[in-house]
Write a protein that binds this ligand. Structure first.
Ligand SMILES: *[C@@H]1O[C@H](CO)[C@@H](O)[C@H](O)[C@H]1NC(C)=O
Length: 246
């Protein structure tokens, strides 16, 4: 079996060869084009994987007159899209196709979580993820079947976790910075807007494996409904995004 490392090295060598005038052979996270941008990853870090994440963002309202919605977690399935990055020779998508992938998935791919009976987007708290893990079937605007990479969830301490179980990588993270998604980002099926782009860094809780930084970029959907609309209690809002793992 070919190791992940040698595969990545091969991919990067190919990408560098295909773009000889490009100084950076490893893709940096994309920029929003807004007034403030996320900083690049720390020097020396290597891009290990890019995932398409599809799932829900959770929020809570203390009551319906509350002006602030608080974020309470997220659950998403991660699919490996590393080979579809535009810098990859042969398998890379065009830049517009790539940038539309989270939106296309959110519009057209089937919801990847086990739903609570009768709900549209609520995941089953007892078992949100289908078992055994499923690949994402071909969807309109997508490059074909997407391989299962892992799970994103919040652990018992409320810390975001990315468990890339298919390749043995893990990231337990805290938020370092966030910037608004571009105005033209897809607002999602609930019409609430796209969640912020984030730079997440290793939590120093000793739970990560082989990863130090995670970027959430090119977000689609996931922003909350106002408490006046959602009412008191929890809401789950569907979203899709790219996660870049360093
Ligand atoms: C998010 O809400 C869903 C219900 O839609 C629930 O199953 C899940 O446990 C919640 N997860 C977190 C981390 O808040």
């Amino acid at each position: 079996m070919v190791s992940v490392k040698s595969l990545l090295l091969a991919t990067m060598a190919t990408a560098a060869y295909a773009a000889p005038r490009c100084v950076k052979s490893m893709p940096a996270p994309p920029k929003t084009g807004g007034t403030k941008e996320l900083a690049d990853p720390a020097p020396g870090l290597v891009l290990k994987k890019i995932a398409l994440g599809y799932g829900i963002q959770n929020y809570t309202c203390a009551d319906e007159s509350s002006t602030s919605v608080s974020a309470s977690g997220a659950v998403a399935v991660l699919y490996d899209v590393t080979a579809y990055h535009p810098a990859t020779a042969k398998t890379g998508l065009t830049k517009p196709e790539w940038e539309k992938l989270p939106e296309s998935a959110l519009r057209s791919a089937s919801f990847p979580l086990n739903k609570l009976p009768g709900s549209e987007y609520n995941a089953d708290p007892a078992q949100p993820f289908p078992a055994p893990p499923e690949d994402m079937a071909t969807f309109s605007g997508g490059p074909g079947l997407l391989k299962f990479l892992g799970h994103h969830y919040f652990d018992a301490t409320g810390t975001p976790m990315f468990d890339l179980s298919a390749v043995g990588l893990k990231a337990s993270v805290v938020k370092l910075d966030g910037v608004e998604a571009p105005k033209d980002a897809y607002e999602g099926p609930m019409g609430t807007g796209a969640v912020a782009w984030l730079q997440l860094v290793e939590s120093k809780m000793g739970l990560s494996k082989g990863l130090s930084e995670v970027y959430r970029v090119i977000t689609a959907g996931g922003a909350p409904e106002a408490c006046s609309v959602a009412g008191k209690g929890d809401q789950s809002v569907p979203y899709a995004t790219f996660y870049y793992f360093y």
